[in-house]
Design a protein around this ligand. Structure first.
Ligand SMILES: [Zn+2]
Length: 373
């Protein structure tokens, strides 16, 4: 069995200490594959004087020359022929700056395993029929944005009784369905089935503000949940802390903060990070994270802010083993959380530079703002 397979079928998703050697071996296996099969990546590693032999312990992972997300938006690097790509996803980039990521069958399978293991771990599967409020796009063949796909995945882990979308596909393209959402919330609150919300934090914030303005408060049935995803950064015109948004959810929808859960992941790094009960993103066994000084790119200590470097051997079709994102983040000692998980946790603080602040969430904000004023 390959080391990658062993790692991605490893059941204990928070046992980073017990998988250090396995992670290192899986990384080496993955790097060998990209070095052999991607000419551009081989040139990059050679030009930086990197040899896979330099990876002797888990502490050496920072030595892998990392690609930046900016670079991969303008360069398509593949380690397999195009006929082996089974699924393509597009990241929600800004002003046409998107990265297209193609997964081969093995990478797609591992990405799915990671998601399912995480959902099992956090007990998100349910057999109870559930009403959904999806604060995102109604599925349509014209929409290949990955966040639409992940919303669809999240809406499958409990059987749907009814689904209402914030952005409905009409003959004029996508249109905001604010009235439909509010009606659905009122209707669902009178039923016994739990409700699940899925969507960008910024969408949720606008919805809650609208409900507040209309003096609408409900108590949704027990076991209702609010899932966030698609990025929690400082995209709001009125910036709001995560804990304040969870408080609004509790006050307006009657869903306690224990039932609010944020996720993050990236198309280029399809490891799912889920919030623990104390609302922290612990790093699962499938990846490692290094925070780097934004000028020197040297790794920094726990508690210091820097660029987020995501490392995982998950993808074999494209050489994204080590990626430096344009997100700023800070990492903490896991034992400080108190939830029982001891792997470090990472907090995302937003993007580097004002110019880069725009993403799909901003577009969502523009769209919502444009319709309601
Ligand atoms: Zn925790």
């Amino acid at each position: 069995m390959s080391y990658r397979r062993k790692l991605f079928t490893y059941g204990k998703m928070n046992d980073s200490a017990g998988t250090e050697q396995l992670f290192l071996l899986a990384m080496k296996e993955n790097l060998h594959c990209h070095y052999k099969n991607s000419e551009e990546y081989r040139r990059i590693l050679d030009a930086r004087g990197f040899s896979i032999r330099q990876l002797e312990t888990i502490e050496d992972l920072h030595k892998i020359p990392a690609l930046t997300t900016l670079f991969i938006k303008s360069h398509q690097l593949f380690s397999v022929p195009s006929r082996k790509i089974i699924t393509k996803a597009t990241s929600s980039g800004t002003n046409g700056r998107k990265s297209v990521v193609g997964l081969d069958i093995q990478s797609g399978y591992y990405a799915l395993r990671v998601v399912l293991t995480s959902f099992f771990h956090y007990k998100l599967f349910s057999i109870r029929p559930t009403n959904y409020i999806i604060l995102g796009y109604e599925p349509h063949s014209s929409n290949k944005i990955s966040t639409a796909k992940s919303a669809r995945g999240l809406a499958m882990i409990a059987p749907a009784r009814h689904k209402e979308y914030a952005l409905k596909y009409t003959k004029n393209g996508y249109e905001l369905n604010q009235e439909g959402i509010i009606e659905a919330i009122l209707r669902y609150s009178k039923q016994r089935s739990p409700v699940r919300f899925i969507g960008f934090p910024s969408y949720m914030y606008f919805l809650l503000k609208t409900l507040q303005e209309k003096n609408i408060k409900v108590k949704l049935p027990p076991k209702s949940k609010v899932f966030f995803g698609g990025g929690w950064k400082q995209f709001f015109a009125e910036s709001i802390e995560k804990k304040d948004l969870y408080k609004m959810v509790e006050e307006i929808l009657g869903v306690p903060k224990e039932d609010c859960m944020d996720f993050f992941g990236a198309v280029e790094h399809p490891v799912l990070y889920c919030e623990c009960p104390n609302h922290h993103f612990h790093i699962p066994v499938y990846s490692r994270v290094i925070i780097r000084d934004s000028k020197t790119l040297q790794p920094v200590e726990f508690g210091q802010v820097g660029l987020v470097n995501l490392i995982s051997p998950l993808i074999s079709s494209m050489p994204f083993s080590s990626l430096i994102t344009d997100d700023l983040g800070v990492m903490f000692d896991g034992s400080k959380c108190g939830c029982g998980i001891t792997t470090p946790f990472v907090e995302l603080l937003g993007r580097v530079g004002v110019q880069n602040l725009k993403t799909c969430s901003v577009n969502a904000e523009e769209l919502l703002g444009g319709v309601s004023h």
